[in-house]
Each structure stands twice: as C-alpha cells, then as structure tokens.
Write a new protein. Sequence first.
Length: 308
Amino acid sequence: VMGRTLEARQIEGATRILADQGLNIDGIKRLSGRASIEHPEKNNRACIQFSVRGTPKSHEGLHRELLRMSSELEVDCSFQIDNMYRRMRRLICFDMDSTLIQAECIDELARRHGVYDKVAAITERAMRGEIDFKESFTERVALLKGLDISVMQDIAEHLPMTEGADRLMSVLKTCGYKIAILSGGFTFFGEYLQKRFGIDYVYANELEVGEDGKLTGRYVGEIVDGRRKADLLKLIAMTEKVNIAQTIAVGDGANDLPMLNEAGLGIAFHAKPRVKESAGQSLSSIGLDGVLYFLGFKDSHLGEQGKL
C-alpha cells in the first residue's frame, strides 16, 4: 500500500479487505524511509508491505475492492504473488508520452506548427472509435508537413520529465535492469531520452525528414501500436534470454494494455479508470519511482532513510 502519506484509516482499510478475503497477515514491513521532521517535503511518499498467506475467496473481488480503496483513500494497492520472479525482474518496458514524460509529443509538434486544433479533432474521432489508430496517426502526421526539424530539437531539450523518472532510471541502471521505450510517439524524442538515461532499446515511430530539413508529413516503417508493443516486449525478452515472468511494463493508455497484460508485472501509471481496471496493477498517487516499491525495494537499501 503506497501514497503520499499513509494513515491509520488506510492501513485499517487494507487489513479489512485482506480479512474479508480469508487471508492471514504474517508480517508488515515499511519500505519507505521515515519522513524528516525538519524537511518533510523531501520524502513525500510512503509505502508499507503486508506479507499475507492463503488463497483469496475471489481474485476479481479482491482486485475490485483494492481499486475502490485506492480511489476513496488516495492510495495505490499492489497485490502480487511472492514468488522468485518478483525479486528477479530483469527487463522493464516503458511507454513514453504521459509516462516517462509529462507531454504528448505529437501535440507539442502540432502547437509549434499551428495545427493543434486539427490534430486534437482527429484524436477525438479516434477515441470515439470512428477511425482506427493507424488511420488517425497517418492523418495527424500529415498535418506536420513543413515543420522544421530544429523545432523537434528544441522540444526535446525542454521535455517535462515525470516526477521520479530520474531516480527510477538511476536505480534500475545501477541494479542491471535492461530498459526499453516502446512508444506510439516518435523515435526522435525516444532517442533523446535514450542518451539521457542510458536506455537499452527504443522502438517508436519514425518521422520522415526531407532534404530541406523539414518534415514531409509521412512516417517510415511499421507503426508502433498496442499489439506491436506487446510483440516487441516478447522479442526483447527473447533477445535478452529473459523469462516473460521477469518482465515489467509501465504505461498509461489503452494502447499499452496489450503489453501490460503480456508482461510478468504490468503497471498502469496515472491511467484512466478503464485502463486501471484492465491492468493487473496501477500507480497514481505518487511519482514514477513508486515502481521501485512494486519490486520490493526499500528506501533504506538505497541510502535514503529519512532522518528524524
């Protein structure tokens, strides 16, 4: 159970759900450091791990109750089988837009090119199911024709990073995880993040650039959609000789669900309710580094135990 803060009412809510499901609590452990009295803003996250034994009366009922508690008490709840794979994850795949970065790159490009309203209208049509992802993507990219590539560089250099992204990437690299970006966005921005964080794989959509240094309004190669993301996760796992149970996927959109459901641990990050319900796990109350708690990391292991 994790959130900005944890109080007795949230702990009580979790224990009641576990008891109703016929589960016994064997132990309770704090994963987060203690908040500093002098500088409480420096550790604005809290996490407690329950070790439980037994078989839930209803896995669906447990998932539903944990989602309800998360919504009502502003916390996140993760329920995982405590097997060997939980502590042996080796590959983590991220969506990029609205996950690693707090922006939708195609919207940023459209704003700079003066076509944001047209792009947004196409996006709305796609969300209503009037056109599929491939058709909407093609139409939106066509509206970017004539945009100078220097604008892309400027956007890349000012991308708003998601809270906790730097800390998460640093820990993952230190611990030897293989990291991939699987994005319906653009390779230009994915490769910028690759250099910044030392990411191992980037698969996204390639915008065609003309000899004049401007976008042609076309893309190159296969579109990275939801199904493609799931296929890429499996491909990278095979390449790295990683069991699929040792993989993690993190994303926010409906097009991330195929890879979230394919991965050993799929986490919906600050996602819409429908995506949260369909994903096995969700994280909405704290930053991206909250993923570390899903993997069993303690702040004290990272040298970040808060001082009283």
